[in-house]
Write a protein that binds this ligand. Sequence first.
Ligand SMILES: [Zn+2]
Ligand SMILES: [Zn+2]
Length: 212
Amino acid sequence: MHSDSDNVIRAKTRAQGLRIKRNNLVAALLSGLTLVFTSVEFVAPSRAGFLFGLLVGFVYANGFEYCLHRFLLHCGKGVFSQQHMVHHTTLKSPDSARYVNFSSNPWGVVALFCANALPFLVLERIFKNGWVAGAFVSFALYYIAFEEIHWRTHMADGCLRGSRPQQGITCDTTLTIRVISMCSCQCSIGLYGKYRARPAHSRPARTTLILS
Ligand SMILES: [Zn+2]
Ligand SMILES: [Zn+2]
């Protein structure tokens, strides 16, 4: 049972979280479009190159998410890890929705896109490869799907089955989601094995990597 004041906080932070998510998604869309147009200005992609870029972008985004979560967010040091631990440790609290989104500010999303895009643009400039636009499309779609699925995973907004609303527990998401590795926080499963993450404070030693 939740108290009335808990429910008030829950509703308020949920509305705040939804606003942040919307802003992040708009920032991702605009960043992705800007990058696609920039890369097309450098080199116009062929159809095959664009399709290849979609594949490259997906593999890259999936690997980036995995490495970010495993090696940076759960390393137990630094501001990013500390902020991520707030997300994990508040999952059962009434204000958990404040800490679910990737960034509390859309400029964090813009920075994420710029940092990831820079090497691709440099490579495109040097080698004149025509697949970078496709990679940016894939990266943007991956981020948008990640943010939305991550929210629904924790906040149980229409989890497709096995919802456990507001308990701060990862709901039993679909096989599709598990296979393509977008429910990253409790477990990141993808092209790089299965990584089950736990908050740093609950594990004195190493994280657990399950390769299966
Ligand atoms: Zn985590
Ligand atoms: Zn999470």
